[in-house]
Design a protein around this ligand. Structure first.
Ligand SMILES: Cc1cc2nc3c(=O)[nH]c(=O)nc-3n(C[C@H](O)[C@H](O)[C@H](O)COP(=O)(O)OP(=O)(O)OC[C@H]3O[C@@H](n4cnc5c(N)ncnc54)[C@H](O)[C@@H]3O)c2cc1C
Length: 387
């Protein structure tokens, strides 16, 4: 059986669904083919089950891409306000948690329901459990599944990244891009915890659960947020953020006392000793972590000069992760379809007219805080309006 549409969207995640809605609203006949048995599975687990669906401070600077200008056009044409309007239209209660991050009050299911209702209103047809067997391009695109053949002049690839393989993440989008001769920017896990090894592991990991506000730095980027010690290494927002900029083998630099000068308090103490050093961390670092850190990072001497050096060490603590927790724990995949292959206005590939890539499969990666969904909505809208 052959079904004919104006556009086929592969993947019923955030980007694919928004794209289908925008195209459907413009009276395009759209089919969404989804491998899983339900739509928006990743949306459901996002933001701890409450979906951090956008960020009101969204700027192009919040994204990593080999071409820093690429995302600007799509982000400007579909803004957080556009998605918030949709959320409010569906009377979904939401709140700002911190730093402009908007979350559902109830559950991420609200966002899935919104997308499903909008798809229905726009006449979008969704085909679940569609195992794609073959994609061909003749005069139009032909997608074969075990349920039959789908044909359309436009094909949109919205199959997401490689993170959380047990939720069904596949290489499909990248392989399809390669099949059509498109370049892929090397992929890597991003927004991902670090694993410590050797002495660092034995020194800190039994403190799992302890957190502190720090500034984490790597490759000229810095994030002031919480760092969390885990059973295997380091996590927490500051660490997840910096992981996206970290290169294998590099140390990260951590400021353990942001905006605080602590050596003068030791200089002023009656007795300059390790107890005085521990005391100055009060209210800055959890006691157990401060004690542990000092065991291997004590001042080399108690002179003013040595303490000044030590002050620097507190603000520039270098620690070298062994590796990351990988795609199993990564929130997103950095890298992907090279944006040089795409129109920044429509996401259409320059080499293959009618073929589009949107969402996480593209080499645009948001920072933590709702930016990845905003990219999914914005890139989805850019294509949906171009179909
Ligand atoms: C635990 C976790 C929490 C997160 N929380 C947030 C958050 O709060 N805020 C935020 O902005 N971002 C968050 N993210 C990132 C965000 O979920 C993704 O960036 C976003 O979902 C990407 O959207 P997408 O549509 O490109 O891909 P996806 O949402 O991954 O959708 C891709 C779809 O394609 C389907 N698919 C895959 N292969 C095939 C195939 N061969 N055939 C047919 N269908 C296929 C998949 O089943 C899936 O439904 C989180 C990610 C994770 C893992």
């Amino acid at each position: 059986m052959t079904r004919k549409f104006d556009a086929l969207v592969l993947g019923a995640g955030a980007a694919g669904l928004l794209c289908a809605i925008e195209a459907g609203k413009r009276s395009r006949r759209v089919a969404v083919l989804e491998l899983a048995d339900r739509i928006g599975k990743k949306i459901l687990i996002s933001g701890g089950g409450r979906c951090n669906f956008t960020n009101i401070h969204c700027q192009p600077e919040n994204f990593i891409c080999a071409n820093e200008h690429f995302a600007k056009s799509a982000l400007a044409r579909y803004t957080p306000a556009d998605f918030i309007a949709l959320v409010e239209k569906h009377r979904i209660p939401y709140h700002e948690k911190t730093l402009g991050q908007l979350f559902c009050d109830r559950s991420a299911q609200d966002i899935i329901d919104l997308l499903e209702l909008e798809c229905r209103a726009a006449g979008v047809q969704i085909f679940l459990q569609s195992q794609i067997q073959e994609v061909q391009r003749a005069t139009e695109f032909v997608v074969r599944t075990e349920f039959g053949e789908f044909r359309a002049p436009a094909l949109v690839v919205a199959t997401g990244g490689l993170s959380i393989p047990k939720m069904g993440a596949t290489l499909f989008g990248y392989e399809l891009a390669r099949k059509f001769g498109l370049h892929i920017v090397k992929t890597k896990p991003a927004l991902v915890p670090f694993v410590l090894a050797g002495k660092d592991r034995s020194r800190y990991c039994d403190l799992a659960g302890i957190s502190a506000e720090v500034v984490a730095k790597a490759n000229h980027h810095a994030f002031r947020e919480k760092m969390l010690i885990t059973h295997r290494g380091l996590s927490g927002p500051a660490i997840l953020q910096i992981s996206s900029y970290w290169e294998n083998g590099q140390p990260i630099q951590i400021d353990l006392a942001p905006d605080r000068e602590i050596a003068p308090a030791i200089c002023a103490a009656k007795v300059r000793n390790i107890a005085a050093a521990q005391k100055v961390f009060q209210g800055i670092l959890p006691k157990r972590f401060a004690e542990r850190w000092l065991e291997s990072n004590a001042p080399t001497a108690w002179t003013n000069e040595a303490l000044a050096k030590w002050e620097q060490q507190v603000h520039e603590w270098l620690i070298k992760p062994a590796h990351t927790e990988g795609y199993e724990k990564a929130e997103v995949t950095a890298g992907g379809v090279d944006t040089n292959e795409l129109s920044s206005k429509s996401m259409e590939t320059k080499k293959v007219p009618g073929l589009f890539f949107i969402g996480e499969v593209v080499d645009v990666t948001g920072q933590l805080g709702g930016f990845n969904f905003q990219w999914a909505w914005a890139s989805g809208a850019a294509t949906g309006r171009a179909l």
